[in-house]
Write a protein of this length. Structure first.
Length: 568
């Protein structure tokens, strides 16, 4: 009936629905049967022996708590209400939704003593609740009647997903609060399989007639078996609850985070929710903390580039920038650099939006714009902490750039990222946002531009001579072909029949020496700056990619689609 059966017995006595004699008789009967007398068992015996209907007890409770009875037996829920109240929520809290609008929601509960449930539901919906009282049996029957079709569909979707996704027989990760409903198990299966396939992102996309789920593996999207379209609201609500964002808000973008443990690995999922024409699109970015343990060779540096990179990041002051588009591995490169120089005799502080990976021994600050903690505000305070090395997640505006450059000029080494197409363009980008050329020339030590290309699968790689047109497109000379080790992947289970497994960087490192510094100060053109840098030994990303093709690390197709030919 409710969680406080003793109170109900006292209420029945006060309202003369039962007598003391009846209560004593029921107690003695239970003892004679050898049972332990509990309030719950006593209440059941009383109501059965005296034929007290549930409706009578419910009416007494409603009067006592000044509540109205909620008749849920004949309620038929519309899909709009189910979107706010998915199956796992009504089943967990044993509630039944009656209505919802922009101002309030109405629910039926069976336990008027459980105020935590009311508070939790009100908080999740971000609106006040009108609470009605109903019996537990009525609520359960109404849930089964209204959610039965969706539940069957979820079970069918889960069964097909388990067969299609769990070919390895892997165990599902326990997420959330351990609920065992089919929708929870389905979400667990999808996330687990994404981790097993080494996906970097999970995309849940509502289309006009279907709900599409895709994994981004080694930079390429792969579609998996899609759940039924009618499960879209329930799946999205489950993800939003896990990410601790409002399930009631569907008009504006939201960002959240899910933290899970997979075996001995700690995984974070950064969740982005974006309203679209056919529902909310959710992208979960998988942040694997083991990526921090990458050594510099694993990033893709050849020995000469690695030596140059190590020299630059070990400098005592100046600005080191990593440039490239979103998803080009800039953060991984910077974290690996910090990991390389992270020693007890150095104080390192980062300011990030948000903190993607937590690193031992490093002070990390997260941007919170709603309370005024912006990049620039955090940078000002960080300088008073006397750090040796500062990492700024991204230079986005003039104020942040000025503070970062001034920090470098006062004896700090500053790492940051910038969105430019190649390394020399970082100079013009800083000038464009308002930084004086003499400050740029005095502070920049080096700029690293990078892209990611897929590596040939080591399990199925074999010798292969690329087509002539591909070699001509890359500009590979005949003398280079003679000493090359061209390889390709034939496709196997290890690489999911793609011929590729994992990604590696192709780099362009623009070092600033006295001559380049003078050219920046004189505001020479970007073309002249790039040309002179190449004359002094700078390799473009295309050229670095060609080296990796000749070494049998990747294929000509990967380098062609990832880099551009900007040689002079």
């Amino acid at each position: 009936m409710t969680s406080d059966d003793e109170f109900i017995i006292e209420l029945l006595l006060r309202k003369n629905a039962v007598t003391d004699t009846a209560v004593q008789s029921a107690r003695e009967a239970i003892e004679e049967e050898g049972e332990v007398v509990t309030d719950t068992l006593l209440l059941e015996r009383l109501t059965d022996d005296l034929n007290i209907p549930t409706e009578q007890v419910l009416g007494l409770l409603a009067d006592e708590f000044n509540m109205e009875i909620g008749h849920v037996n004949e309620v038929l829920l519309v899909d709009e209400v189910k979107e706010f109240f998915p199956y796992n929520i009504v089943q967990k809290y044993k509630i039944f939704p009656l209505s919802i609008n922009d101002a309030e929601a109405e629910i039926a509960i069976s336990d008027p003593f459980n105020l935590d449930t009311v508070d939790n539901i009100s908080h999740m919906l971000n609106r006040p609740l009108i609470v009605r009282l109903s019996s537990l049996s009525e609520i359960e029957n109404a849930i089964n009647a209204n959610y039965d079709e969706s539940l069957d569909s979820i079970n069918a979707a889960f069964a097909s997903a388990t067969e299609a996704l769990s070919g390895d027989g892997g165990q599902a990760v326990v997420l959330g609060d351990g609920e065992d409903s089919p929708i929870v198990r389905y979400v667990q299966t999808v996330i687990t399989e994404a981790l097993n396939r080494r996906a970097s992102d999970i995309h849940m996309e509502p289309l006009e007639t279907r709900f599409r789920i895709r994994f981004r593996i080694d930079g390429v999207l792969h579609e998996i078996e899609n759940p039924p379209k009618r499960l879209q609201p329930t799946l999205l609500s489950r993800i939003k609850l896990m990410a601790n964002v409002s399930i009631a808000e569907k008009r504006i973008p939201q960002d959240g985070r899910i933290g899970i443990d997979v075996g001995e690995k700690s995984i974070d999922l950064r969740v982005s929710v974006l309203p679209t024409a056919h529902g909310e699109s959710i992208v979960m970015r998988i942040l694997d903390k083991e990526a921090l343990n990458l050594g510099l060779p694993q990033l893709g540096f050849f020995s000469d580039d690695q030596a140059n990179f190590e020299r630059v990041i070990s400098l005592p002051d100046g600005v080191f920038l990593v440039t490239g588009p979103t998803g080009s591995g800039k953060s991984t490169t910077l974290y690996s650099a910090l990991n390389y120089i992270n020693h007890p005799d150095r104080k390192i502080i980062t300011v990030e939006d948000p903190v993607e990976y937590e690193m031992s021994g490093i002070n990390q600050v997260g941007v919170k714009r709603d309370v005024g903690m912006t990049f620039s505000a955090a940078l000002r305070s960080m300088l008073r902490q006397a750090p040796n090395i500062i990492m700024v997640g991204e230079i986005r505006d003039k104020e942040t750039a000025e503070i970062a450059i001034n920090a470098s000029l006062t004896g700090h080494m500053v790492f940051s990222t910038l969105h430019t197409n190649d390394a020399p363009s970082a100079v013009s980008r800083l000038v464009d946002i308002g930084i004086k050329p003499f400050l740029v020339s005095a502070s920049i030590r080096s700029v690293l531009a990078q892209r990611l290309v897929r590596k040939i699968c080591p399990k199925c790689k074999e010798s292969s001579v690329p087509e002539g047109r591909l070699l001509n497109s890359l500009g590979i000379r005949p003398d280079q072909i003679a000493n090359a080790t061209f390889m390709k992947g034939t496709g196997c289970e290890h690489c999911n029949q793609t011929g590729y497994r994992g990604r590696i960087g192709v780099f362009e490192m623009f070092n600033v020496n006295e001559e380049i510094e003078q050219m920046i100060y004189e505001e020479v053109s970007l073309v002249a700056l790039r040309e002179r840098s190449r004359e002094m030994g700078m390799r473009t990303m295309r050229e670095d990619g060609i080296r990796k093709v000749l070494a049998g690390v990747t294929t000509p197709d990967e380098v062609l689609k990832t880099t551009v030919n900007n040689s002079i």
